[in-house]
Design a protein around this ligand. Structure first.
Ligand SMILES: Nc1ncnc2c1ncn2[C@@H]1O[C@H](COP(=O)(O)OP(=O)(O)OP(=O)(O)O)[C@@H](O)[C@H]1O
Ligand SMILES: [Mg+2]
Length: 327
């Protein structure tokens, strides 16, 4: 049997390749190895006026490829800090963070630049921050592709133009290509911003409160554009939001509390034999890798639990009860 690739048919793997695959399959799997995003005990400490702020305090999060996830949490809980780390704008103080296989702690300045241009896209809350005011929508979308470099042949320019047109079309703003940001509504500007963020076909799209400055109806249109990017362009999307509409429509929404992922809500939509759709929703608390869980504050308050709880193992669950002062 030949181990050379045959022309036309699929390449036949060499013995070395097969051996490599077998070894890789037998090796212990790294935490979140196949995930688009894998944060493992990420710590971020800011020092301002000699005071240390622990914005992230050992945050664990994995996001599967192709998922659309909302990040929610009180002001100051660390959402933007996490997003800035994932965007390659900040580096963690400790822990590990990988996005699409890139190690965010080990990147050189040059790799970081490439990472920000090609692996992740970013949409900010402030519509004005996302776009160049003196360029048209189409020119704004073309800019990241130009900055990426490559050959400047007429064929490359044609391909770039095609990509820009396709993106604007996919986000239903094709007819706005020649307008400048000042000639667009807030919602239209955000949709152009999504096209800009997707210009270099990144695998992960991050957005920090992208609908924060918009009314409900406009926000719904922008959220629809994120869905399109997720479903049709295949990007993994993470949206930080206070908007209950956004958080209520994604399959998974993760809550951050005090710099850690504290709980998450998973939604499942099922279609029965009559074609009726039902959506079920369940809240989970996170179990970290050392076995710690953070219980919902409302649950603890309801039973007056604090400081110490009695834990009992049953066949299929663990029961937590208020500490019995009789013991
Ligand atoms: N550059 C910085 N220097 C010092 N402290 C910072 C810096 N950035 C964030 N922090 C602090 O880190 C904590 C987390 O801030 P972060 O901006 O991540 O919160 P957030 O969840 O995005 O809040 P919001 O919903 O208000 O946007 C806060 O206590 C904040 O004051
Ligand atoms: Mg923020």
């Amino acid at each position: 049997m030949s181990t050379e690739p045959t022309s036309g048919g699929p390449a036949v793997p060499s013995l070395d390749e097969l051996r490599g695959r077998a070894l890789a399959a037998a090796a212990p799997r790294r935490y979140g190895a196949d995930a688009a995003i894998a944060c493992d005990r990420v710590v971020k400490i800011f020092t301002a006026d000699k005071v240390e702020v622990q914005a992230l305090q050992g945050l664990d999060l994995t996001v599967d490829r192709g998922d659309l996830v909302a990040l929610v949490g009180a002001s100051g809980s660390g959402k933007s800090t996490l997003l800035n780390i994932l965007a390659g704008l900040e580096t963690p103080t400790a822990g590990s963070a990988r996005v699409d296989g890139c190690d965010l702690l080990a990147m050189s300045a040059k790799e970081r630049l490439r990472y920000r241009r090609e692996v992740v896209g970013f949409v900010w809350q402030q519509t004005a921050r996302n776009l160049m005011p003196f360029l048209t929508a189409a020119q704004n979308v073309a800019l990241p592709v130009q900055l990426r470099g490559g050959r400047s042949t007429p064929a490359a320019a044609r391909r770039r133009g095609q990509r820009v047109a396709e993106l604007l079309e996919a986000l239903e703003i094709g007819d706005l290509a020649h307008r400048r940001p000042a000639e667009l509504s807030g919602g239209q500007q955000q949709r152009v911003a999504i096209a800009v963020a997707m210009a270099n076909d990144p695998s992960v799209l991050l957005a920090d409160e992208p609908t924060g400055e918009l009314d409900t109806e406009t926000a719904a249109g922008v959220f629809h554009a994120f869905r399109t990017v997720n479903r049709e362009l295949g990007a993994t999307v993470v949206i930080v939001t206070h908007d209950p509409m956004v958080a209520g429509e994604v399959r998974r929404s993760v809550a951050i509390r005090d710099g850690r992922t504290a709980s998450e809500v998973l939604r499942r939509t099922e279609v029965d034999e009559h074609g009726t759709e039902t959506t079920s929703e369940r809240e989970y608390v996170m179990l970290d890798r050392t076995g710690r869980v953070q219980l919902p504050a409302a649950f603890l308050a309801a039973l007056g639990m604090e400081h110490r709880v009695a834990a009992d193992l049953a066949a299929d669950h663990i029961a937590l009860r208020p500490d019995d002062p009789g013991h």
